[in-house]
Structures are given as structure tokens and as C-alpha cells.
Ligand binder design. Sequence first.
Ligand SMILES: Cc1cc2nc3c(=O)[nH]c(=O)nc-3n(C[C@H](O)[C@H](O)[C@H](O)COP(=O)(O)OP(=O)(O)OC[C@H]3O[C@@H](n4cnc5c(N)ncnc54)[C@H](O)[C@@H]3O)c2cc1C
Length: 454
Amino acid sequence: MSHKFVIVGAGLSGLSNAFFIKHFFPKAQITLVEQSNRVGGMIISNNRNGFICEEGPRSIRMGKYNRPLYHILNKIGLYKEFVPSIQQPYSYIYWNGKLNAVPLQMNLETISQFVQDNGSGDVFKLIKAYPKMLFKKLDTDNLGDYLELVLGRDLTEKYAESVFYGIYGESVYNLSKALCYQKSHMKGYDEQQISKDLSFDKDFEQARDQKLKGANSYRFKEGVESLPKRMHAYLQETYESDYKVKLNSKAKCIDLSRKELVVESREEQEEQRLNYDYLILNAPTHQLSQIMINSNLNKVGEMFRGVKCNTLVTRNICWDQKILPKEFKGFGYLINPKQQQVILGMVADSLSFPSQYPENATNLSVMSIYDVNDHVILSELSKHLGVKIPDPKEIVTKSWSKAFTQFSPGHQEEMKKIESELNAKSIIIGANNYTLAIPELVYLSYSKVKQLYL
Ligand SMILES: Cc1cc2nc3c(=O)[nH]c(=O)nc-3n(C[C@H](O)[C@H](O)[C@H](O)COP(=O)(O)OP(=O)(O)OC[C@H]3O[C@@H](n4cnc5c(N)ncnc54)[C@H](O)[C@@H]3O)c2cc1C
């Protein structure tokens, strides 16, 4: 049987799909269609005068769900360039005009601080929950899940709020639905089963255990973008003509009866038609909506259109001196949008990955909901940190328009309907639509390809 795969999007999802397709279908012919002039999608690392500026993801979390990614890192040899994060004792939450340190492991003291700040009468409930906090083993690395386990839903929604609002700018209720959704995909994650498919070498294991010991996240010597770049180079070198990437080519619509993807290329005058046995779509939700409508799949197109998406602006700000207050010892901070600040949060890259920055330098990534002048960001930052901030050496700004899908109640069921309708037509929706972190996204790419194989 022939296995022609056409994949839309050469971000991490598309590249991971290609990797696992070749694993399960060695004879497959793969074509990736990418509208931009590069592979990597959201993963963009720039070296600006010695400062690694991550415009998209800045680190990859360790822990559960990493096995499929480790398998890839082993194959492409990138584990030799692991850079571990330095564990910081705190994260911070900006609350009532100041930064509050939150130990990585939530404890009664921290939570009661928020209860007091809120002036509510939940102290008794917290005291009741305390024994559970002591004795309940964490079988999750998700703070929301943990709090729910020990505090119950009501209190979690109240007190996890400041943590989660900061990132998503939406209600915790919606976010908890998103987590449920994510978990429904992660439920099939079975380390033992995966290890039968995806092995890695002793060398890899040794390097990982040595280099990443004590770290909770990692990246690579030249930044996170090494991952898609190396995957692409490996796929090209190993599979030659069975693996093709068409850059500057935009997927426009699907001819369902002929099983063809219609592609508009910036370099060629005429539309191209790519015949497929399986079509995998990793474009973001709002783009999928257009592709579906162009393909007369109006119902699915409208369903995609109904998915809300968040926009985010990231700014890498670099100084050749230390600017953080001495007592600041953390990964970064988050802000509850109810506090009405332009900034949503900050990540202290140069504290987490000091070996990647010049000595005494500072590199902060600041996230905001919308774009404003640099000086507005700098003056707000200065207020949060309580220090005077000198002029930076470099500022690298990137706007992520509608980058994050945001799930609302009932959405999970809607997405399931979309998926089953499309799967019947040999069309698979990629991991992009689930707002996942890198290890989960690679796992999902693997599990979707494996489902086709089974
Ligand atoms: C600011 C930011 C910070 C993040 N931080 C982290 C982090 O610290 N850790 C972490 O684990 N994850 C993080 N993430 C999430 C992670 O980066 C993403 O989940 C992941 O990179 C998404 O990969 P993808 O391939 O699914 O999508 P994308 O990277 O968006 O790739 C989709 C590709 O499809 C192409 N495309 C779109 N439409 C078409 C079309 N019609 N035709 C052809 N091509 C098309 C796009 O050009 C793009 O290259 C972050 C994301 C952002 C934006």
C-alpha cells in the first residue's frame, strides 16, 4: 500500500509527524507545506550580540510526557547540547502592588498569604486541607491539579486564579476546561507502551541524567530553535527524496473527491495540487477555519471559527549589567489581569540559563496582552521590580497573533465532533490546536501517527 502523507505546517508538530511517520511507515513519502520561508513555526531563537533571545518558547519542561521527544533528541544527537535550567527557589506573583514569592512547592503559608490578601474567610478550609498537602503525594506536575486535589475546586478557582490568569488572561473556569481537554489527550500516555516503540541509547540516558540533574527545564546551546532545525536536517539527510519541504507555499483548500491539497506558492505562478493518502493539518485554528470553508466543509469551518484565540506580545529585553534587585531569586513572575497592568508576566532567562548570557548581563522576556511603546513596558517593569531601570542594549519584540487557542466549556465535545468528521476523510488535525507545551505536543504528534498505523 502506498503511503503519501501531506502535512501542512513545518513547525514542531509537522516535523514530529514526519519523524514518527517514517518510524511507523518506513516507505512513506512525505511532503510538508509551509507558508513561511523557514521551518520551526513558533520556535524562533535569535543571537543578538551574545544574548540568546527566544521569541517563542524559551524552555522545555522536564518530567512526564518527554519520552517521544527524548527519542527524537537521541536520534538527532541534540542531547549533546543540553543546557539545564538552574533551579530557582521561587516564582513570583504580582499582587496588590508588590511581588509575592511563591515557593515552587505550594504550601499553607503561601496560600494563607493569598487568603489574607483577599480578605476572605477561607482560612479554616485551608487549615483543614493542610494534612492533605503534607501527605498527598504529587502525581501531577500541574499546579491546578495539585491544588484541586488538596483544596477542592472552589478554593482552587479562587487561589490558583492569580497564577493562571497571568498567562491566559481568561477565567480559570475556561482554563480548567482546557486542562481537562489536554488531559483527555494525555490519558493515553503510557510510558511502558511508548518505550516499546521508542527507544533511546545508554549514551543519551547518561548525558540526560548527568546534564539535566536537578533541572526542571532545559534548552539547547544555540537556543530552542536548534530542535526544529536539526530535526529538519536529519529528516532531509536520512530520507532524501521521501521527505520534501515546500517553503513559501500556503495550503488553500482541499479537493476531497480527488484527495488533493491545493497549494498557492509564492515562487510559482500556478496553484499546485498535492495528492495524499493522509493529510495532516497543523495550521492554527483560525487558518484551518478558512481552509475548511474554501473546501466547502462549511460546518467544520464554522466550528473552528468559534474557537477563541489569544494574542500575545513577547519582548526580549537585554542589558549588559545586572538590573534585577538582589533579593529576586526566581524564574519570573505572573500578573493577574485584574491588577490591570499591561504586562502579563516576565521570565528571567538570564537567571534560569546563566551560561547562555554574557557575564553580569540580564535578559528578561516580558509578555503583554497587546503591543505598547517600549517605554511603557520599561516603566511598568521598573514599578514591579522596585528598581530604576537603565536603557537596555537590545529589545526584540514579537507579536503572536491568535497564537493560543482557548477552550471554553463544551468545546471539548465540539472538537471531538470535528475530529471524527475529518478522520473519516483521512484528514488529521495536528497538535497545534490544543495549546500544548513542547513535550506534550511531540507526544500527540506521535500518538496521532500511531493511530493510523494501528
Ligand atoms: C510566546 C510563546 C511562548 C511559548 N513558550 C513555551 C515554552 O516555554 N515551553 C513550551 O514547551 N512551549 C511553549 N510554547 C508553545 C510551543 O511553542 C508551541 O506549542 C509549538 O511550538 C507549536 O508548534 P506547532 O508546530 O504545533 O505550531 P506552529 O509552530 O505554529 O507551526 C505551524 C506552522 O504552520 C504554518 N502554517 C500556518 N498556516 C499555514 C497554511 N495555510 N499553509 C502552510 N503552512 C501554514 C505556520 O507558518 C507554521 O510554521 C510557547 C509558544 C509561544 C507562542
